[in-house]
Ligand binder design. Structure first.
Ligand code: NAD
Length: 256
């Protein structure tokens, strides 16, 4: 299936977990994938993996999404390598700081940790869209998928307030951008994953994941590929009239 052949897709946080599965999914459907992550060796590994697995190509961007200037430079280099700018952006990079597996309460939280979570989860998402929506508007087409969370929709005892605040903000941000960019043929949607088996989730005490599975009607953790499939759908012709939506991929953990 070449549903995304010819597309140039930026995936942030693409070296691990959900982002890695999304990048592999796009490559398998014929896209050229921009693999953005923090460390050069992780980016190189993911690029090699994608090129080995998919029919598409991969370009590495070693970058912190919170740094607009660095992102602009990296995206410019990628555009030269690809022969054009990105037409699809998957804003997946996100952090959920814990301390020995436990989220800090608001009164314990270091203000620098608060700022970092806002910078990565929210401003990082703004940055890619600020940077790439101009060329998408000029082309009168573009696809954007942001990453919220069930923890952005309802209270979750296993995350901290900074994480919940940014993931709620992504939902409103996505709706607003869908309105601004819709007239230019650009669709903007978001994912709200439940409990997905990734390095982020493997880092916590087993009891926490067991409790989440107990609360999930499908009675298991989700797999990164199951989130990737929804990102692929939201950027495909099969969702051509869907915009401004936040789609739960959560096995029923939370139902709106
Ligand atoms: P992960 O920690 O397994 O992988 C995240 C990747 O993002 C890592 O490779 C990391 O290096 C990269 N990254 C972090 N900060 C970055 C930055 N500033 N710039 C560039 N790259 C950066 O996480 P995951 O579980 O795959 O989660 C991916 C997204 O899904 C996140 O936004 C997360 O909040 C969200 N999410 C995950 C779950 C879950 O259960 N795993 C649930 C809900 C939402």
């Amino acid at each position: 299936r070449d549903s995304h052949a010819g597309r140039r897709v930026l995936v942030t946080g693409a070296a691990n977990g959900i982002g890695r599965a999304i990048a592999l999914g796009f490559a398998a459907r014929g896209a050229t994938v921009g693999v953005a992550d923090l460390r050069a060796e992780d980016v190189a590994r993911a690029v090699a993996e994608i090129e080995a697995a998919g029919r598409g190509k991969a370009v590495g961007l070693t970058v912190d999404v919170a740094d607009y200037i660095a992102l602009e430079a990296a995206a410019g280099e990628a555009a030269n390598a690809m022969g054009g700018t990105f037409d699809t952006v998957i804003n997946n990079a996100g952090i959920s700081p814990k301390h020995e597996g436990v989220a800090h309460k608001v009164w314990e939280m270091d203000p620098a940790e608060w700022r970092r979570v806002v910078d990565v989860n929210l401003t990082g998402t703004f940055n890619t869209i600020r940077l790439l929506s101009g060329s998408m508007r000029a082309a009168q087409r573009g696809w954007i998928v942001n990453t919220s969370s069930v923890a952005g929709k309802t209270y979750s005892p296993i995350v901290a307030c900074h994480y919940a605040a940014t993931k709620s903000a992504i939902i409103g941000f996505t709706k607003h951008l869908a309105a601004e960019l819709g007239p230019y043929g650009i669709r903007v949607n978001a994912l709200a994953p439940g409990r997905i088996e990734t390095p982020m989730v493997r880092g916590v005490a087993p009891e926490i994941n067991e409790e989440q599975v107990r609360l999930t009607p499908m009675a298991r953790l989700g797999q990164p590929e199951e989130v990737a499939d929804v990102a692929l759908w939201l950027t495909s012709a099969e969702s051509s009239f869907v915009t401004g939506q936040t789609v739960d991929v959560a096995g029923g953990l939370y139902m709106t």
